[in-house]
Design a protein. Structure first.
Length: 141
């Protein structure tokens, strides 16, 4: 994937939006982004966010620790990439069971490399226990 030279600066500016404490602050930051140098240089970004705004607002209702776990997708993207690569290299499968076995073995090998949970996982789990008490109790029982 080729990245724009200013990729990190744009990402940093957009982080201000989804790290806002409230939906009103996020909306104000989106407007500030649209009026900024980056918003003018890449005018399609702000309207894209506006079109998807009803999907962003529920995310802003969560505490910061929970949001960080939600938007930190690098580990998931890495896992998906590795599974796609394994399937692509294999080509075709004689049946579904063969594909399932291959994915199982790949997941077993991949998970051996996982040594540390996300830094904020314990704090996020506490927030999940508060926000979703019923679900957490059902899963423990």
């Amino acid at each position: 994937m080729t990245r724009l030279p200013c990729y990190h600066a744009i990402v940093q500016a957009l982080k201000e939006i989804y790290r806002a404490e409230t939906a009103q602050m996020a909306e104000a930051r989106l407007e500030a982004f649209a009026a900024s140098e980056w918003g003018k240089k890449y005018p399609t970004i702000a309207p894209l966010w506006r079109r998807q705004w009803e999907h962003v607002i529920p995310f802003l209702a969560y505490p910061q620790e929970v949001r960080q776990v939600i938007y930190t997708t690098n580990a998931l993207e890495s896992l998906h990439m590795r599974l796609r690569k394994i399937i692509k290299n294999r080509g075709h499968f004689p049946n579904d069971e063969a594909a399932t076995k291959l994915l199982y073995l790949a997941l077993r090998n991949i998970t051996k490399e996982w040594t540390m949970p996300p830094r904020t996982w314990k704090v996020a789990m506490n927030q999940f226990a508060i926000l979703f008490e019923e679900r957490m109790m059902r899963s423990v029982a």
